[in-house]
Design a protein around this ligand. Structure first.
Ligand SMILES: [Ca+2]
Length: 472
């Protein structure tokens, strides 16, 4: 048995956070009444009894919403993820950052990239993540999947995770056939036809199995390996080759065309289904909040028919195709099945949502707004008038693109103003003259919001510039 069934006490980050004055956990009743958050108690015995939920955050790699049946794809089959939406809530206006690291940094910290992004492939060693705060509040924590945030073998523990099974923690071998992983501090190379996504998913399933009916809840963070390129045959595809890359030292290149994309989407869905089935089988599904999303739009070589048009992946771009991702939450004890929300969501919202679900008072400097009111069916209690995005792949201050957007209109700091419904490619700047009444009203709403964020960015620039110099 890989996992210890005894309680794992983690003292060092408790001390660290206490010193920083960040972590402050209080009883749910006190927190809820101080926030005015609970209008009606959830009807589940488990929740009424005060047992905090397990939390599973799944973030697939490079996959926009056009790949999912529950968002309207009739090209790809995603029955397990569709079922997750049917048993919970589907958000139709959720946006990631345009690429991996910015999204990873934002989802783990609840802070916009203007204040915490250093450069590609790095999480600020001083960052406080949901792993840190939940572990210190008594959660048992695990991270599995793709890391790509540096920090060495100690990084998962530093960022709050008791257990880990990761690809690209300290090296970059194959991620798919015959992969190399770091598992709880040890480098392990697989040479017998194993498939990376199976290994990390099985590790999580084993974690769920080991958790059983322990008193403390768990946080499982699963930044998936799939479906990022190289697009190779999966074990379910007739072209699967168990010897592929068996002796490769590093991850081979190539495989960036569409041939195996459909197989990749199916396998992504299959992995999610496997986790949900394990939670059901072990009796933990009812009081587990599952969030499923994608870290950025689909890779640019992939073109799919979607809602009556040809939809090209927009990874790396700030347009809809680069940021419009699936976002689904399912928690049978609390979320009524079959809901659809038109709330604006970005990745800074995940941290406050997870903290509120775990009954942890959020640090005062988060940018996100908890989705719990939407999850409880009280959407009117959540206010988020616009999403903000700071994006520069390498973290070069002063060269970043900044914009705010609502569900339809988008305003960039350089003045570009777009109707993302009529013009998703952002080919025509509406300018600020000859606008319709609706467009002008949107522009007037967005301008002060953007100015507020831009002022925060200006204050953060010297701090972040100094941090970045250390990692150039
Ligand atoms: Ca990605």
């Amino acid at each position: 048995m890989r996992f210890d069934k005894t309680r794992n006490l983690t003292g060092c980050s408790n001390l660290l956070l206490a010193a920083l004055g960040f972590a402050c956990t209080i009883g749910w009743g006190a927190f809820a009444s101080s926030q005015g958050l609970v209008a009606g108690a959830p009807d589940s015995d488990m929740v009424a009894a005060g047992k905090r939920p397990n939390i599973l955050v799944i973030m697939a790699d490079d996959v926009g919403l056009e790949n999912f049946g529950c968002y309207g794809s009739d090209v790809y089959q995603t029955p397990h993820i569709d079922r997750l939406a049917a048993t919970g809530i589907r958000f139709d206006h959720a946006h990631s950052q345009p690429i991996c690291t910015p999204s990873r940094v934002q989802i783990m910290t609840g802070i916009y990239n203007n204040r915490n992004y250093i450069r590609f492939g790095l999480l600020d060693p001083e960052a406080i993540t949901f792993g840190n705060l939940l572990r210190d509040a008594g959660y048992r924590t695990v991270v599995a999947g793709k890391w790509q945030l540096e920090g060495g073998l100690e990084a998962p523990a530093r960022f709050g995770f008791d257990h880990h099974c990761l690809w690209q923690l300290v090296r970059r071998p194959s991620r798919y056939p015959n992969p190399g992983l770091e598992i709880d501090g040890r480098l392990k190379d697989f040479k017998n036809g194993e498939f990376g996504p199976d290994l990390v998913t099985d590790y999580l399933c084993e974690f769920f199995e080991s958790h059983g009916d322990r008193d403390e809840p768990f946080l499982a963070y699963y930044p998936m390996i799939l479906p990022h390129w190289p697009f190779v045959p999966t074990p379910d595809h007739p072209d699967w080759d168990p010897e592929m890359w068996r002796d490769a030292k590093g991850e081979p290149g190539g495989y960036r065309d569409q041939t195996y994309w459909d197989a990749f989407v199916r396998y992504t869905d299959k992995m999610v289904g496997k986790l949900v089935a394990k939670l059901e089988q072990t009796g933990q599904r009812e009081n587990t909040l599952i969030i499923f999303t994608g870290d950025n739009g689909t890779f640019v070589n992939i073109v799919s028919e979607f809602r009556g048009r040809s939809y090209r992946g927009g990874k790396g771009m700030t347009t809809n195709n680069g940021t419009h991702v699936p976002f689904i939450a399912s928690w049978p004890a609390v979320i009524r099945p079959g809901q659809v929300s038109d709330a604006l969501v970005d990745f800074s919202d995940v941290m406050p949502t997870v903290l509120e679900a775990a009954e942890i008072r959020p640090p005062g400097d988060l940018d996100g707004v908890s989705l719990m009111p939407a999850l409880r069916g009280e959407p009117e209690r959540r206010e988020k008038p616009a999403i903000y995005c700071w994006y520069q792949r390498n973290g070069v201050r002063g060269e970043a693109s900044q914009h705010v957007r609502d569900k339809r209109y988008k305003l960039y700091l350089n003045g570009g103003f777009y109707d993302t419904v009529a013009d998703p490619e952002e080919s025509e700047d509406l300018g600020d003259e000859d606008l319709t009444e609706e467009q002008r009203a949107a522009l007037m709403r967005l301008r002060p919001l953007l100015a507020t964020h831009a002022a925060v960015t200006e204050r953060a620039d010297p701090i972040q510039r100094k941090k970045r110099q250390k990692f150039e």
